[in-house]
Design a binder for this molecule. Structure first.
Ligand code: BGC
Length: 426
């Protein structure tokens, strides 16, 4: 990464018009390009449907959308492509980004400054602090938050629940008993895709479930060595091992949306996934409460592990800045926030948007987010780059995945996690 940083810095020095973000309203003497290239990882059916809302919005403003989709939840692959594009002097105008990645790029000084738009649109007053922490750098706006997702959810096939007389589980034991019943009836208990970011997404919820919010904060946010090595962490890995027993044999490498499809189609009872899964149910025409239900990872109720998709804008030549400005403005407009988030499965990134058009799950998610924020139980998702910087997150991914794949025993996993985090932090 060091070498990359140097190269990117060199690129930054060469870029014309650095940090002179014109904004959507400003007249420019330079002839404008009117197209905007957007690098993102919204490639599933539900994600693409939500993105369609944004594309249409911009097309309506005369802006052509140049799509650069790079599949892979959590953005791991997208960030790899971004690094190589930036180092070769060809960064896209706009990029979907998460948490600490935003701060990393801001530190390099290659992002456009959104202050003018933020001030004109009053972002400061409506975007919550937990999100602003990643949208602003040194007091300047450098990212436009599109939404807020959270990761400690379970998605369930309602028809299987009804058929087997399964009540919505509220405790870990009930949760396991439900999967036992499904397995005995020939269903897959837990649909999962064995990719590091998906393994880590489950882990977020299990950490809270085992140890509560204080433990999540100590281990996943503060990376406290004693918490990482604790018996509680061993218990987290023990639960991960138990969950592995309810996954099917073909889980390795499966995309998350294909795992969601297994619940949608009635092959599997549950999936533990962020609320972008809801977008897949909607896209398949499924109705919450009738076809599917969602609940917090049992034992994690009251705590929310969140992530927020944001767009960052690279400092590009002046002719491309108007289109960037219109995109930034569009994503935070209240009407877009409703139109997009009701499809995406996320909740608005501004606090002044009505929940009237959201489904029962969306309304609950909005209320829980506000409540967790007020109670001090709202934390950044480790799996989705909001609790620790990428190097530490990747070190955690490696251990979590090696353990889930049976390459590391439950007894050794907590120490391995603490060691990996310590090495990555150096
Ligand atoms: C993003 C979501 C996306 C999911 C799966 C997460 O990192 O925040 O917007 O739907 O990955 O692709």
């Amino acid at each position: 990464m060091k070498k990359t940083i140097m190269l990117v810095l060199a690129l930054a020095l060469l870029l014309p018009g650095m940090m002179l973000f014109a904004g959507g309203e400003q007249e420019s003497a330079v002839e404008q390009d009117n197209s905007v290239e957007v690098l993102h990882w919204w490639t599933s059916g539900g994600e693409a449907a939500a993105l369609g809302v944004l594309k249409e919005d911009l097309n309506g403003q005369g802006i052509e959308w140049i799509d650069s989709p790079i599949a892979g939840g959590g953005g791991t692959e997208a960030m790899t492509v971004l690094r190589s594009r930036a180092t070769s002097g060809n960064p896209p105008a706009a990029v979907q980004m998460l948490g600490f990645d935003i701060i990393d790029w801001a530190e390099l000084g290659v992002l456009a400054d959104l202050n003018e738009i933020a001030e004109a649109e009053g972002w400061d007053a409506v975007v919550p602090e937990a999100i602003k922490r990643f949208s602003k750098y040194n007091g300047n706006w450098i990212a436009a938050p599109v939404n807020v997702h959270s990761t400690n959810w379970v998605w369930a096939n309602k028809k299987i629940m009804d058929e087997l007389g399964i009540e919505q589980p509220t405790t870990w034991d009930e949760y396991i008993a439900a999967m036992d019943a499904a397995k005995a009836a020939g269903y897959i208990g837990l649909a999962h895709g064995g990719q590091a970011w998906q393994d880590a997404t489950i882990f977020d919820g299990v950490v809270v479930s085992v140890g509560g919010p204080e433990f999540y904060k100590a281990a996943m946010v503060d990376t406290d060595d004693a918490a990482l090595r604790s018996d509680k962490m061993t218990e987290v890995f023990a639960r991960m091992e138990t969950l592995r027993g309810y996954m099917d044999d073909n889980f390795s490498g499966r995309d998350w949306n294909l795992a969601t499809a297994m619940v949608i189609e009635g092959q599997a009872l549950f999936q533990m996934m962020g609320d972008w899964a809801k977008g897949e149910f909607f896209n398949a025409g499924k109705v919450p409460g009738e076809d599917f239900v969602a609940f917090r990872t049992p034992g994690s109720q009251g705590t929310v592990t969140f992530n927020s998709d944001q767009f960052v804008f690279f400092a590009v030549e002046e002719s491309k800045q108007k289109a960037q400005g219109l995109l930034a403005q569009a994503v935070l407009s209240p009407s877009f926030q409703i139109a997009f988030n009701t499809i995406k499965g996320s909740v608005p990134s501004r606090t002044d948007v009505s929940d009237a058009e959201f489904t029962i799950i969306g309304k609950a998610a909005m209320a829980e987010l506000a409540e967790a924020n007020a109670n001090g139980t709202l934390f950044g998702s480790m799996a989705h780059g909001h609790s620790v910087p990428a190097a530490i997150k990747n070190a955690m991914y490696d251990v979590i995945t090696a353990h889930l794949n049976g390459q590391l025993s439950t007894a050794d996993a907590a120490d391995a996690l603490a060691d990996a985090v310590a090495a990555a932090a150096q």
